[in-house]
Design a binder for this molecule. Sequence first.
Ligand code: DCP
Ligand code: MG
Length: 329
Amino acid sequence: QIDEAEVVAFSVPSYACLRRTTLDNHNPVLTDALSLLAENAELSDEDGRGVAFRRAAAVLKALPEPVTGVTQLRGLPCLGGHSLRVIRDILENGASSEVEFTKQSERFKALKVLTDIFGVGAKTAERWIRDGIHSLHQLQESGQTLNRAQQAGLEHYDDLKQPVTKAEADAIGEIVEEAVVSVLPGAQITLIGGFRRGKLTGHDVDFLITHPEEGREVGLMPKVVSWLESQVKLSGTKQTENTPEDTGHRRWRAVRVDLVVSPISQFAFALLGWTGSKLFERELRRWAGHEKAMSLSSHALYDNKQVNTLHYAVLPKRVFFVIVAGKNP
Ligand code: DCP
Ligand code: MG
């Protein structure tokens, strides 16, 4: 029994963007459980519930030490009844029945396997499940038409599930930089996404590309992609080489790369908007809107009270693909 007086109470600002973001998570069991429920909600087209669980997980992630009892959570923001029930279950019984049930459910397992394929979203997975497809094998046997991205996703499924390391991200950064500078001298690339936040692994590598002279970046993306296509293996391109499994070291491996191009005038907003995390960005925009009456996007920040506000002049230019690259290309 813990004495009430000894209970450490925590204090956390309610907007995630007003908290210090740390890579140290002292409550991984709780945050994993809430993240799983968030994922299940997102995969079930229940985004509101998804965000609620993400917010709850982020609050626990911000705590300076492990939670030992629900009394410590009193007064903390973003912890709704549902999240608190899950947390209490885990603290008192070691596991949450809802989380365990979800994890075991055929629907969740199928949605996860299918949406883990690059290019497959919740809607597509849902449709396939209705057609009786629950596994990669069933998908391959089904004769479903896959688009180029999905074909690459299926072909490189195991590689793409493997987390990308910082060393791999840096190696890919060199390839992308070579591509970008070859087609547009003076262009600059910046590592964004999770790696910019200091994460040691990621599900992909994200780069932001710009040029110090406004307008020079126009039309850059297709040129970069063509250069890469001619120099390294990209998704959808024919794979003719087999991986030399017998050496114990695989020469090639597929990694997901996400490129964003921004004109220099929007660079700061693009950098902020693509550094993440997703929840941090969402909260930053919510805070700007609700507390500051300003609109923030990855293109601009403008004051809602001003009549002549800035408008989005440029549509987002973004491309995803898979680079297949190795140590000895
Ligand atoms: N982003 C966003 N909204 C989206 C997609 C992305 O705000 N719908 C931003 C925030 C993300 C960043 O772009 O942090 C990069 O997207 P990723 O999906 O690659 O996310 P991370 O890089 O943060 O995570 P991971 O390490 O898994 O790649
Ligand atoms: Mg990323």
